[in-house]
Design a protein around this ligand. Structure first.
Ligand code: NDP
Length: 330
C-alpha cells in the first residue's frame, strides 16, 4: 500500500533548454513495482548534473525526469524486496534522474539508511556531493597526507565539502573561487591559499604558492573555462581529475597536451562508477557520515526553495550565485 495524494507530482524537462523548460506533471496512483521501494521525499538535493539533464548535455528521452538525490521515508515496498522497513528514514543518489518529485520508486540497492544524527535536509544537501568527494579523494586520486591539491569552485556544493575533507587528511589545499567572498569562505574551511584571480592568471599564482613546482592533483569541476589553467598548475607526473562541466564541457584535446607538461595523468571520473555496488555505496556514505559526526565537515545549505521553484534554483546555480548546497522542499 502506498499513501498516494492528489497533489503528488514530479518535475520534468519538457524539452531541452533553459530553466523555463521545467514543468510539473502529476504522478499516477500506481502500486510500487516489484523489486522497488517507494520513498516519500522530505528534502531533495540540487546538483549541477541536474542542469546537464535539463539542457541535454547528458541527453535522456523527453520529457526528461530531473534530480538525482533525495532523503525521505520508505512508504511502500515492492514484491521481492528484503531488508527495508516501512517508515525507515533513507536517502539515495541515483544515476537515473527522477528525484524532483514528491515520491519516487527506487532500487533498494542504492538506499542508504540515515543515522538519527543526520536530518533530512542535511542528507539531501551532502549525500551525492559528499560521496563524490569521498570517491574522488580516496578511490580516484588516492590522496595522502603531505600532498598538495588545487580545488576549483571551492565554496560551491562539492568544493565546500572537498576543501575540509582534504585538510582533515593532511593535504595542503590551494583553493580557487569566482570572487573574493567565496575565496574567503574557502580560506575559512582550511585552504592554505585561496585565490579568486581570472583563470588566465591562476597557474602562475599556483606556481608562486608552491615554490614553482605545481600541485600534485587538480580537482576540476569547472571544465572548459579552467582546463588550461588546471593542466598548467600541475607538477610533472601530476594528476588532473576532471569531474565536471560547470562552465561547459572540455573541448577535444590531444594526449600530447599531457606529454608536453611533464607526463601528466588525466582521469574523467564519475562518482557512480566508484559506488557501483550497495556495499561500495554504504562504505562511502559511512565514511561521509563519520566525517560529519566528527565535525570535520560543515554543512551549508545556501539556498532552500519549494520543489516547484526548481527553475530558480537552476538559475542561481548556473549564475554562480550560490555557495554550499541547494535543497528543494516538496
Ligand atoms: P557548484 O555548487 O560547485 O556550482 C558550480 C560552480 O562552478 C559555481 O558556483 C562556480 O563557482 C563554478 N563555475 C565556474 N565557471 C562557471 C560557469 N561558467 N558557470 C557556472 N558555474 C561556474 O555545483 P555542484 O557542487 O553541484 O557541482 C560541482 C561540479 O562537480 C559540477 O561540474 C558537477 O557536474 C560536478 N560533479 C561531478 C560528479 C561526478 O561524479 N563526476 C558528481 C557531482 C558533481 P565559482 O564562481 O567559485 O568559480
Amino acid at each position: 500500500m502506498s499513501d498516494h495524494r492528489a497533489s503528488d507530482h514530479r518535475l520534468v524537462a519538457s524539452r531541452f533548454g533553459g530553466p523555463e523548460v521545467i514543468e510539473a506533471e502529476p504522478l499516477a496512483d500506481t502500486p510500487v513495482a516489484a523489486g522497488k521501494v517507494r520513498v516519500r521525499h522530505r528534502a531533495i538535493g540540487v546538483n549541477f548534473i541536474d542542469t546537464y539533464h535539463r539542457t541535454g548535455l547528458y541527453p535522456q528521452p523527453l520529457p526528461a525526469p530531473l534530480g538525482v538525490e533525495a532523503a525521505g521515508v520508505v512508504e511502500a515496498i515492492g514484491a521481492g524486496v528484503a531488508g527495508v522497513a516501512i517508515g525507515q528514514r533513507v536517502a539515495y543518489m541515483a544515476a537515473q534522474p527522477g528525484a524532483y518529485a514528491t515520491w519516487a520508486d527506487v532500487d533498494p540497492a542504492i538506499l542508504v539508511a540515515l543515522p538519527d544524527a543526520i536530518d533530512d535536509e542535511t542528507a539531501a544537501a551532502v549525500l551525492l556531493k559528499g560521496v563524490t568527494v569521498q570517491t574522488l579523494v580516496h578511490g580516484c586520486a588516492r590522496m595522502e597526507a603531505g600532498q598538495t591539491a588545487l580545488v576549483h569552485a571551492a565554496a560551491g556544493g562539492v568544493g565546500r565539502l572537498m576543501v575540509p575533507w582534504l585538510v582533515a587528511i593532511g593535504v595542503r589545499v590551494i583553493a580557487h573561487a569566482g570572487n573574493a567572498d567565496k575565496a574567503a569562505i574557502a580560506h575559512g574551511l582550511g585552504a592554505d591559499v585561496a585565490l579568486d584571480c581570472p583563470y588566465g592568471e591562476l597557474a602562475a599564482a599556483v606556481r608562486a604558492a608552491t615554490g614553482g613546482e605545481g600541485v600534485d592533483v587538480v580537482f576540476d569541476g569547472v571544465g572548459a573555462a579552467s582546463w588550461e589553467a588546471s593542466l598548467d598548475s600541475l607538477r610533472p607526473r601530476g594528476l588532473m581529475v576532471s569531474f565536471g562541466n560547470a562552465s561547459g564541457p572540455v573541448p577535444p584535446t590531444s594526449p600530447l597536451e599531457l606529454t608536453k607538461r611533464g607526463s601528466l595523468f588525466l582521469t574523467r571520473p564519475r562518482a557512480f562508477d566508484y559506488v557501483a555496488t550497495g556495499a561500495e555505496m554504504d562504505a562511502a556514505a559511512a565514511d561521509l557520515f563519520a566525517m560529519l559526526e566528527k565535525g570535520k565537515l560543515g554543512v551549508e545549505i545556501g539556498l532552500r526553495l519549494p520543489l516547484d521553484q526548481a527553475a530558480d534554483a537552476h538559475r542561481a546555480l548556473e549564475g554562480r550565485r550560490t555557495t554550499g548546497s541547494i535543497v528543494l522542499l516538496p
